[in-house]
Structures are given as C-alpha cells and as structure tokens.
Design a protein around this ligand. Structure first.
Ligand code: LRH
Ligand code: MN
Length: 429
C-alpha cells in the first residue's frame, strides 16, 4: 500500500458528513451575523499550504536516545510516500523540504519523477554543515561557514553550492542555511571575526544563487553551542540578510527563541523591512523542543498570523513568506503529528482572517486596549474546525484525518515492507 485509496477516504467521510454539514451551517449562520462569509473563509483554507520537513517523517530523538517506531522511512523515497499520505488526508501539505546529505540520491531526475507522480513539489532545500560526514576532510567541530580554517569554510561553502544544484534539479526555489557555529566557553571565539568570516562565506554562496531563488538564514539561540551562537538571534540574522542582498531573507523557527520572547513582534519587524523569508513552525516549552505546532502556545501562533494577515491585508511590499513545519516526533506517529500540526497552523491562519481589522485599527488609534485585545480574543475563541474539515472534504481529503489514517492500516502495511530499526541510537533523526 503506497497511498490511501480515495474511495476509502470517501467511505470514512460518509460517517462524518452529516454532522460536518450541521456544524458548518451553524458556523456559517454565526459568521454571517458579523458580516463574514464562511464560503470565502473555506476558500482561503483550501489555498493554504504548509510544507513538510522530510526529516520529520521518521521518529525523532534527543541526544540521550531515539526510540524508532514501526515502518520507519529508510530513505527519501519512503519519506515521500509518507508525505503523500499526509497530503492525501490533509490536502494542505503538497510540498516537501529536503535536507542534504540526509536525502541525497544519485539520480535526482528519478526522484523528481517520483515526487511528481505523488503530486508533491519541493520547496526550501536545507544544507547541513553541523555534522561531519564519513570521509569528510575538514571537521565542523569548531564551526563551518565561520570556522577559523579557510579549508573548512571552503568545504562548507562548496556543500551549500552543491545543495543549490540538488534544489535546481528538484525545482526548489530557496536555500535554508542554519549553522550551529558558536562557542561553549567565554573567550573561545572572537564575536566580530567569526561573524565576518560567516558573512564572507555567505557572500560566496549568495553569488551562486539563481536569479529567482532566495537564501533564508535561520537564527537559533543555542544548541549545539551553549555559550554563543554566530547567528544567535533575529538581530544577527537581519544584519546578515541586509548585508548579503535582496535575495537573502530571515527564517523564523519558533523554537529558536528564549521562552516568552515576543516572536510576533520579530515577525512584524522582518515584514516591515522586507526580510521575512519564512517559518519553521513548531512549539516548545523550554528549548528547541520541536514539539507539535500549536500544542502549547496556540495563542502565540495566532498572534503571529495576525501579523501575517495584517501584512497580506495591507498588500505589504516584498511579503511572500514560505510556511514549513520543523518538528521532531519522539513519542507520536510522525504522520499523525504532521497532519495535526498542519491543521493547527491552518487554524491560526483562518482565525486571524476573522479579525475585524478596521475595528482593531480604530481601538488601537483610540488607545482602547481592552477593546483592541478583545477584538483578537473574539476571533481566537471561535471554533473554526468545521471550515478546516469542509476545506479538506471539498479537496478530496479526510474530514477526520487521524481516524481515517488509523482505519487505513497504512503504518502496519508499510511496516511489513520496511525492516524494523534497532533502538539505542540517539540524535534528532
Ligand atoms: C536546527 C533546525 C534546522 C534544521 C534542523 C534539522 O535546530 O531547526 O532548521 O536544519 O533543525
Ligand atoms: Mn528549523
């Protein structure tokens, strides 16, 4: 079984359709009382797409351990099958973001043929200079694009240029560069010199970008470095993006900020200066926990979409961010978590569309804090589940993706094809 049969999805949908229609009609009437058109909102939900990280389809782990599940994907071809199942049911994840060399193949044309056959496209390719590969000449133990050794820097630059070539073969249009470069001890690294080396390396990669491509820099507060990180926060990120040029923008991974940082305001700044390249959506309580999106801070995620929808409504110049999940599924079936997370991000978007912006602007102008925040809460507190389910149903997906997935027996069937992976490994993938 490589895909979940359309007839099977529809058979399961029949059990939910009557209730869905009732919920949808009730919500439609409710929204019409405030002049909102449920059909327009459902249309918006149908256009919303968020990309799946190839590395999120396998069970994730931590530095302590990884406990593989059954039917673990063995390579990018298995990962694509699983991504196709996620999209078959959710109808909101028609693109995949690969990571190299984890997803490297000898024949990219064949891989592109397979993804085309599965109705999947490729967005942002990710480079990896945070691990040493077998036979690699220069180690990244002390960094990569900012390494003090020119040989190590050149090696990392060449890897990123190679990844751009892989992306061109797959039809991707952006390169995401996250480096773990940093230090563990005060004094270990010269902050300015390391940043200068990083920028000089990125200039060489930027020069190789096709005209219609973007390069997205991803900042992160800590890990693997635990004292300083070369691209530690949005400040270093936007400085680098401004230094490198118009094709370079900043990517916001929600888990890469200290607890309680006002991420929605960072998003607003990046939008204002045309430097918002995209997102890695996930959730976290302490560090870069890579937990399911919206599972802990759904209101923060909603407030981020308030900024995005506001920019969209104002037709903000240079506003075209890519949306991606970046999660590690250590204790759930990755397919279930990715479907659920795609829906939760879509939910934040639809709720943000419910905000009466003219009323909000009025209250903001009048410094009426109570009414302004109530305007947001009113939208957030409305249950839009019927809109999300109707959007999936109308696009041929599942009204209840997780129930349909479980009833399909997909995981058990691929487990027969994919040999079990022994435990006691560690690491994110
Ligand atoms: C770094 C990160 C980055 C990926 C990696 C798998 O924490 O978020 O986006 O390269 O996870
Ligand atoms: Mn990330």
């Amino acid at each position: 079984m490589s895909r979940i049969d359309k007839d099977f999805i529809d058979e399961v949908n029949q059990k939910h359709l009557v209730d869905l229609q009732k919920d949808y009609d009730y919500l439609g009437e409710r929204l019409s009382r405030t002049g909102q058109d449920i059909e327009q909102l459902t249309g918006a939900a149908q256009t919303f797409q968020i990309a799946v990280p190839s590395w999120g389809t396998g069970t994730g782990g931590t530095r302590f351990a990884r406990f593989p599940g059954v039917g673990e994907p063995r390579n990018i071809y298995d990962k694509l099958e699983d991504c196709a199942v996620i999209n078959d049911l959710s109808q909101s994840t028609n693109s995949v973001s690969p990571h190299f060399p984890w997803d490297k193949v000898d024949d990219f044309t064949d891989l592109k043929h397979r993804s085309d056959a599965l109705g999947l496209s490729w967005i942002a390719v990710n480079s990896n200079t945070f691990q040493d590969q077998i036979g690699q000449e220069h180690s990244y133990k002390y960094g990569s694009l900012s390494h003090t050794s020119q040989d190590a820097r050149e090696q990392a630059i060449q890897h990123n240029i190679d990844v751009i070539q892989y992306g061109k073969a797959l039809g991707a249009k952006s390169l995401t560069v996250w480096v773990g470069d940093g230090s563990n001890h005060p004094g270990q690294q010269h902050f300015q010199h390391s940043f200068e080396r990083y920028l000089a390396s990125m200039e060489k990669i930027y020069a190789e970008l096709p005209n219609d491509w973007e390069m997205h820099i991803e900042h992160k507060m800590f890990e693997p470095a635990f004292y300083s990180t070369v691209i530690q926060d949005w400040g270093s990120n936007i400085l680098a993006a401004m230094h490198l040029g118009p094709k370079c923008k900043s990517l916001v991974d929600l888990g890469h900020h200290a607890p309680n940082v006002n991420i929605e305001m960072i998003v607003s700044r990046l939008i204002q200066f045309k430097k918002l390249g995209g997102f890695h959506f996930n959730d976290s309580k302490y560090g870069d926990d890579d937990l399911d999106s919206g599972s802990l801070h759904p209101y923060q995620q909603f407030l981020i979409f308030n900024e995005l929808v506001d920019a969209q409504a104002r037709k903000q110049d240079g506003f075209d961010p890519t949306y991606m999940l970046d999660q590690s599924h250590n204790v759930t079936d990755p397919i279930e978590s990715l479907m659920n997370s795609a829906e939760e991000v879509q939910r934040s978007y639809i709720k943000a569309l419910l905000i009466d912006r003219d009323a909000l602007y009025g209250y903001q102008h009048a410094n009426d804090a109570m009414m302004a925040s109530s305007e947001l809460k009113k939208a957030f507190n409305l249950d839009v589940s019927a809109i999300l389910a109707m959007a999936r149903y109308r696009d041929g997906g599942a009204i209840d993706p997780i129930a349909t997935y479980r009833q399909s027996g997909y995981r058990q069937s691929v487990a027969k094809l994919r040999p079990a992976v022994a435990g006691n490994a560690s690491g994110i993938v």
